[in-house]
Design a protein around this ligand. Structure first.
Ligand code: ADP
Length: 343
C-alpha cells in the first residue's frame, strides 16, 4: 500500500498507529512527544510508566487513549553528534522496529514524525532520506499505508540546496511558456492575412466530402456501433499490455507506482476506468516510460503534460533525467507544494 508525505500535526492524523519520537525514559518531553501526551491525556503517561523506558533505536507500544489512533508506538531516536556515532543505523532501526511492532499489532496504517530531527538535531534532509529509504524498503514486502508527517516547513522545502536544480528547471520551463505567450499575443496583433481557401484547398475538401458517409448512413448506425469501431485501446488495456511487455508482475508495478492494491484491481477489472492524472503519471513512472510514451499514456486518459503546471514540469524533469524513483519524485513534489503521485 502507498506511502505519502503530509504536512500536519501528527496528533490529528487518523490511522491505526502514530509514532512518538520519545526519550529513553518514555515519561514525556517536549516537541512531538509533549504534543502526543497532551492530546492523549494522562492515561498515556500512566501506561508509559509501566514500560521501564526504551533504548535508543528500539520501540514500545501503548494504546492511543484520546488520540484518533488505536496505538502509539514510542521510539527513541539518536541524538546527532556529527554522524560519527552510529546515528544513521540507530535512526534506521527506529523505523524498522516501529514498523515491525505495527505489523505485529495488525495495523493497516501508521504515521511517523521526522524522528530525531527536532531537539535531537539530526539534519532534517538526512532524516527525511533515512525515513524514506526505510519505509520504502519495508513496503516492498508489506502492505501498510504509511504517512511521513512533516511538521516543520523547513524540513522539506523548495529552498533547499538539493532541490535547486529542479527549481531552475521549473523557472526555465516557465520562461519558455511565457515567451510563447508573448509571441502568440504579438501574432494576434498582426494585420490579418487573407484566409480564404485557394483552389487546391477547395479540391481537397470536395474530395473529402465525397468520401464521407452520408448523414443518412451515419444516422442508421447506432452510437454503440460507431463507438465500437472508433474507440482505441483504453488506458486500462494499455497499462496491462505494457506491464506484460515489460515483463513485470502486477504487484511489482503497482508497488513501484505507489498505488494501492485495491485501486489497481479496480483499474484491472474495468477497461473503461477513468484514472486521475497523478495515477496515470504514477504508472508511467513505474513502467519507466519515456516522455513520449508518457504523453501517449496520458492521452489515453484524456490528459496532457503542460508547461503551465509545476506538477507536470517536476514529473517531466525526473522522467527526462531517467530517475524513476517515485519516492524521490514525491519528495520533490512535496517540497514544491504539489500533489503527490500514487493513491
Ligand atoms: P526529537 O527529540 O526526536 O528530535 P522532536 O519532537 O524534537 O523529537 O522533533 C521531531 C520532529 O517532529 C521535528 O521535525 C519536529 O518539527 C516534529 N514535530 C514537532 N511537533 C510535531 C507534531 N505535533 N506533529 C508532527 N511533527 C511534529
Amino acid at each position: 500500500m502507498p506511502f505519502q508525505i503530509i504536512r500536519n500535526d501528527i496528533t490529528k492524523v487518523t490511522c491505526d498507529a502514530i509514532v512518538n519520537a520519545a526519550n529513553k525514559s518514555l515519561l514525556g518531553g517536549g516537541g512531538v512527544d509533549g504534543a502526543i501526551h497532551r492530546a492523549a491525556g494522562p492515561e498515556l503517561l500512566a501506561e508509559c510508566r509501566t514500560l521501564g523506558g526504551c533504548a535508543t533505536g528500539s520501540a514500545k507500544i501503548t494504546k492511543g487513549y484520546r488520540l484518533p489512533c488505536k496505538y502509539v508506538i514510542h521510539t527513541v531516536g539518536p541524538i546527532w553528534w556529527g554522524g560519527f556515532f552510529g546515528e544513521k543505523e540507530k535512526l534506521e532501526s527506529c523505523y524498522r522496529n516501529s514498523l515491525q511492532l505495527a505489523m505485529e499489532h495488525r495495523c493497516e496504517s501508521i504515521a511517523f514524525p521526522l524522528i530525531s530531527a527536532g531537539v535531537y538535531r539530526y539534519p532534517a534532509d538526512q532524516a527525511v532520506k533515512v525515513a524514506i529509504e526505510q519505509i520504502s524498503t519495508f513496503l516492498e514486502d508489506h502492505e501498510m499505508m504509511v504517512y511521513l508527517v512533516v511538521f516543520d516547513r523547513k524540513a522539506v522545502s523548495a529552498g533547499q540546496k538539493r532541490f535547486r536544480e529542479i527549481g531552475e528547471y521549473i523557472d526555465d520551463t516557465y520562461v519558455e511558456t511565457s515567451m510563447r505567450y508573448d509571441i502568440r499575443n504579438r501574432k494576434q496583433s498582426l494585420p490579418k492575412v487573407n484566409t480564404a481557401c485557394n483552389e487546391a484547398d477547395t479540391c481537397f475538401y470536395q474530395e473529402k466530402m465525397e468520401k464521407a458517409p452520408s448523414p443518412q448512413a451515419v444516422r442508421e448506425k447506432s452510437l454503440d456501433e460507431i463507438l465500437e469501431t472508433m474507440i482505441d485501446e483504453s488506458f486500462s488495456e494499455m497499462l496491462l499490455r505494457l506491464i506484460d511487455e515489460k515483463g513485470m508482475k502486477d504487484s511489482e508495478c503497482y508497488k513501484k507506482a505507489n498505488i494501492d492494491r485495491k485501486l489497481f484491481s479496480k483499474i484491472r477489472s474495468n477497461p473503461l476506468y477513468k484514472p486521475s492524472k497523478p495515477t496515470v503519471l504514477a504508472f508511467a513512472v513505474a513502467l519507466e516510460l519515456s516522455l513520449d510514451e508518457t504523453r501517449d499514456m496520458l492521452m489515453k486518459a484524456g490528459f496532457a503534460l503542460s508547461h503551465s503546471s509545476k506538477f507536470d514540469i517536476i514529473v517531466e524533469y525526473f522522467i527526462k533525467k531517467g530517475n524513476y524513483n517515485i519516492f524521490d519524485i514525491n519528495e520533490a513534489l512535496f517540497a514544491f507544494d504539489q500533489s503527490l503521485l500514487g493513491s
